[in-house]
Design a protein around this ligand. Structure first.
Ligand code: PGA
Length: 254
């Protein structure tokens, strides 16, 4: 089934990097994100929680959106050290990355927990960016698609829509390694994710949810990856920390 062209989203995941001085990078990106580019794509930066409020204030008037990297599934309560979706929203953030492979592996997050977090985020009008992706061993065993299908089924709230859900396909073995899947493998996985989204959310919503590719996206490979059908943007880790590289990726977007 042919897919309509969705406005691409280029999202930067700063992970546990960045001090106040890094806000200059957001200003630099804001200045570089001119009206022509803003008409073609959406730009999102997800700094660490400590910078969210100031980043959102810094980004006002720049057309850059600010997002968080995780939230708690509960609205409030005795959860020392945790942060609720409403608190993120209170900073001016509009998006939150959920179920990143580093949280799934290092914090033992399950599909059910990721779905509960996504529901909490959507409940306060944040857009949930739900990450999925197979390990190297799972790909080598021929299980990449079935693993991703299971993650989608378990992690995505069934009433999601294109406004409150983005999916990011990030093969675990491609994150921070400089490795990327072949273009044919990216195309095949994104087509499988699109079909699965239609099955979970219904035809119309499933067609409209953006599917990002993530894992070693750089200025040098962005144009090729972003031109694949059903790749509706990128989730960028390391290369999002430098304004110049991140903007080069955005500029490479077809
Ligand atoms: P990377 O990270 O671009 O550094 O590979 C991507 C991610 O983890 O979101």
């Amino acid at each position: 089934m042919a897919t309509l062209r969705l406005k691409p989203l280029i999202a930067g995941n700063w992970k546990m990097n960045g001090f106040r001085s890094a806000l200059n990078e957001i200003l630099a990106m804001g200045n570089a994100f001119d009206h022509g580019l803003a008409a073609r794509l959406d730009l999102l930066i997800c700094p660490p929680t400590t910078l969210l409020y100031t980043a959102a204030a810094t980004a006002i008037g720049t057309r850059i959106a600010i997002g968080a990297q995780d939230c708690h599934a509960q609205a409030s309560g005795a959860y020392t050290g945790d942060i609720s979706a409403a608190m993120l929203s209170d900073t001016g953030a509009t998006h939150v990355i959920l179920g990143h492979s580093e949280r799934r592996s290092l914090h033992k997050e399950t599909d059910a927990l990721v779905r509960a977090k996504a529901q909490a985020a959507q409940g306060v009008n944040l857009t949930a960016i739900v990450c999925v992706g197979e390990t190297r061993a799972e790909r080598d065993a021929g299980k990449a698609e079935s693993v991703v299908r299971r993650q989608l089924r378990g992690s995505i709230p069934t009433h999601s829509n294109p406004q409150n859900l983005v999916v990011a396909y990030e093969p675990v073995w491609a994150i921070g390694t400089g490795l990327t899947p072949t273009i044919a493998d990216v195309a095949q996985m994104h087509a499988a994710i699109r079909a699965q989204l239609r099955s979970i959310l219904g035809r119309e919503a499933g067609q409209g949810v953006r599917i990002l590719y993530g894992g070693s996206v750089k200025p040098g490979n962005a144009a090729e990856l972003l031109s694949v059908e059903n790749v509706n943007g990128a989730l960028v880790g390391g290369a999002s920390l430098k304004a110049q590289d991140f903007m080069a990726i955005a500029q490479a977007c077809p």
